[in-house]
Design a protein around this ligand. Structure first.
Ligand code: FE2
Length: 541
């Protein structure tokens, strides 16, 4: 039996497939094929099928074999009808939006019992689900309405301070460290927090009535409110960032921390579980995740790496298999390196197509580590691409964290993004505790934790304004090549840390193919690209 599931009907269209005979599961994100970041579905329509074909091919199937088609979201959207028409013989199932988020997180967490806090902007007229995962079941406790969306309020602030719309919330999180939470008390006057973990937003925050349709969404009516209009001057993207904008960012960050902690506390009381799963788009906020981890409320906290709608195809699939088919299928851990892989022939073909010279590295780890230690910024392309928003060492841009100027060089010349955006460090697992305030593996870059005080001056380019870092711990088992590369850098410098940022210009999705990597080299100020063992120098350097 072959089951196919799809999700991300507003943005981040994605697919997942399951082969019941072999137990194989695969997932894919459309943006990697379409090269449109977040793959906005309004423009996508019928082109959104590459991820479906890729996921099916990875489980050894094709479209003709699909017996079950599972669609994330029960609220009708035009693409549902189109997909159903492509699979006329398939049994169709719909899974509610936040159940997809919950299932994606819970069934990848490795827990057999966990409280689940799934919060996002909106989907299926809601913005959150508080649930209890037990064995193969997810018990729904509380739903949070779309009108009371804390994720959407975070987006409103992002918009008001001129940092962008959907997908730009991470910028607000980065800016928050520069501000004071001056509007926090005002916010608390406008939000009622309940002991069951839910919260209600006043009309001055949210006056949404009814379903946010495509037209409403594109007209941006949902991105304004009187609360912000009265306090924070609207900033447009190239205008200077004022202290008030930083304060607004710090305020909504603190509100979000409080809202998630309140929900986590309530679910602790309701479930008695020692484990917590954070999922939904809000779980991409590594500051909040770090605060929850530090609170010690739960023994274990799992923040799902593909927690946004980009993971809802897989979530719908896992919910369907466990709930409807009654097959207990848990992945135990997320699919991290689930994308495409390109062989030497394809890599060499891509290099000669752009007319660049390449050098074969005899010792790729040692030679690349040496280049990085001499101040070069290197695009690192190895094995299968990552699923999710983070590059975890297979499609990464790497730099020396000791050189403070690398932060500005990366922001200005390579990623073309705002000056205040921090860069994340990847650290050898064995050394993690010496450099960062963590006693557990944080392999998916989902938690911000303090850099140990004496170490902050040693890795200034990877330490944020407030002394924190969104760290990735790397073990041999996680990613052998990346581990060996960081080890080689440690051998040379004594520092077991590299800056690891996603391999892309900020307006593009993470590179998928060797062609994408070379295109990125040619349009940015990267010094080198390493494709497997091939070294290519930027011809303009
Ligand atoms: Fe969502």
């Amino acid at each position: 039996m072959i089951a196919l599931a799809v999700g991300g009907f507003f943005h981040d269209f994605n697919a997942a497939a399951y082969n019941a005979q072999t137990g194989m599961i695969a997932a894919a994100e459309e943006e990697r094929f379409s090269k449109r970041k977040h793959h906005p579905i309004v423009r996508a329509k019928k082109s959104s099928l590459h991820s479906i074909d890729f996921a099916l091919s990875k489980i050894g199937a094709d479209r003709s074999q699909v017996e079950y088609l599972i669609l994330s979201d029960v609220q009708f959207c035009p693409l549902h009808a189109y997909l159903i028409s492509i699979f006329p013989d398939a049994h169709i199932h719909f899974v509610e939006h936040h159940l997809c988020h919950a299932a994606a997180g819970y069934f990848c967490s490795g827990f057999n019992d966990a409280a689940i806090v799934a919060l996002d902007g909106f989907g299926d007229l809601r913005s959150g689900l508080l649930a209890h995962g037990k064995g193969a079941s997810i018990h729904q406790h509380e739903h949070i309405s779309m009108q009371n969306s804390i994720g959407l309020e975070y987006l409103r602030v992002t918009n008001q301070i001129g940092l962008g719309l959907y997908g730009s919330e991470g910028k607000t999180q980065g800016l928050a460290s520069y501000g004071e939470p001056k509007f926090y008390d005002d916010y608390l006057n406008e939000i009622q927090f309940h002991s069951n973990g839910k919260f209600d937003l006043s009309d001055s925050l949210s006056s949404l009535k009814g379903f946010i349709d495509e037209e409403h969404y594109s007209q941006q009516k949902v991105f304004y409110n009187s609360f912000l209009a009265e306090r924070v001057p609207r900033r447009f993207c190239d205008e200077p960032i004022l202290q008030v904008h930083m304060d607004a960012a710090a305020s909504i960050q603190k509100v979000l921390d409080y809202a998630v902690e309140n929900a986590a506390q309530a679910m602790k009381r309701a479930t008695g579980s020692k484990n917590l799963v954070l999922t939904g788009g809000v779980a991409q906020n590594s500051t909040t995740n770090g605060a929850i981890l530090k609170s010690g409320l739960y023994d274990q906290v799992y923040a799902h790496p593909s927690s946004s709608d980009r993971g809802n195809g897989l979530g719908a699939l896992l919910y369907f298999v466990n709930h409807y088919l009654k097959e207990s299928v848990s992945l135990k851990k997320p699919i991290v390196y689930g994308g495409g892989e390109y062989d030497q022939f394809e890599i060499d073909k891509a290099i000669s197509a752009v007319g660049l010279e390449s050098k074969i590295l005899d010792a790729p780890m040692e030679e690349t580590a040496a280049l990085i230690s001499k101040g070069n910024i290197v695009g690192w392309f190895q094995g299968r691409s990552e699923l999710g928003a983070r590059a975890l060492g297979n499609r990464s841009i790497l730099a020396d964290p000791r050189k403070v100027e690398n932060k500005d060089i990366l922001n200005k010349k390579v990623k073309h993004r705002e000056w205040f955006r921090p860069f994340a460090p990847a650290v050898l697992w064995e050394d993690a505790q010496n450099w960062f305030d963590t006693d557990r593996p944080l392999a998916y870059m989902q938690f911000t934790v303090p850099v140990r005080e004496p170490r902050r001056d040693e890795i200034p380019a990877a330490t944020h304004e407030d002394g924190s870092a969104r760290v990735q711990t790397v073990s041999k088992e996680d990613n052998r090549k990346f581990y060996d590369l960081i080890s080689a850098f440690k051998e040379l410098t004594g520092v077991p840390v590299l800056i690891n940022t996603s391999f892309n210009d900020s307006s593009d999705p993470i590179v998928e193919t060797p062609q994408d990597a070379l295109k990125c080299l040619l349009k940015t100020d990267l010094d080198y690209v390493v494709l497997a063992d091939r070294l290519i120098k930027n011809p303009s350097h």
